[in-house]
Write a protein that binds this ligand. Structure first.
Ligand SMILES: [Zn+2]
Length: 136
């Protein structure tokens, strides 16, 4: 099935679709006693407490609701937790780049087939092309 760009995501916990922003949240962990750029780690997009009694969110207490990320408040919050942990940049791409979320599951297949897949250069057109080529 297709995901609606910037409105639906695949849950990092259960793998099922998060069908609207009100069903999901961005979770992360806070690590004390390290350099500031390493304090926020393990960013994930998961179902929130509105789905399955919150089993996907588990005990991850630190979160930014996907509903907030539609506006400046959430984006500012995400930027304020900027981290050198690769999961941070990946979650930012998933939140702000149209079609990234749907295409990302095909990146390994695309690379195997000779596509140039460089996360910093994946424009909307290229992402749509990957989705069209690999969605069966
Ligand atoms: Zn889930």
């Amino acid at each position: 099935m297709h995901l609606e760009p910037l409105r639906q995501w695949r849950c990092d916990s259960c793998g099922h679709p998060i069908e609207s922003p009100r069903q999901g949240t961005v979770t992360y962990r806070y690590v004390a006693d390290v350099e500031p750029h390493r304090r926020h780690v393990d960013f994930r997009i998961v179902h929130n407490g509105n789905v399955g009694n919150g089993v996907c969110q588990g005990d991850a207490k630190a979160d930014i609701p996907l509903e907030d990320l539609a506006g400046e408040r959430g984006i500012l919050g995400l930027l304020g937790r900027q981290s050198s942990d690769p999961s941070w940049a990946e979650v930012v791409r998933r939140i702000v780049v149209p079609h990234y979320e749907e295409a990302r599951v095909w990146f390994d297949d695309a690379r195997r087939d000779g596509w140039e897949v460089i996360e910093d250069k994946l424009t909307k057109d290229k992402l749509v092309a990957i989705i069209d080529a690999f969605t069966r």
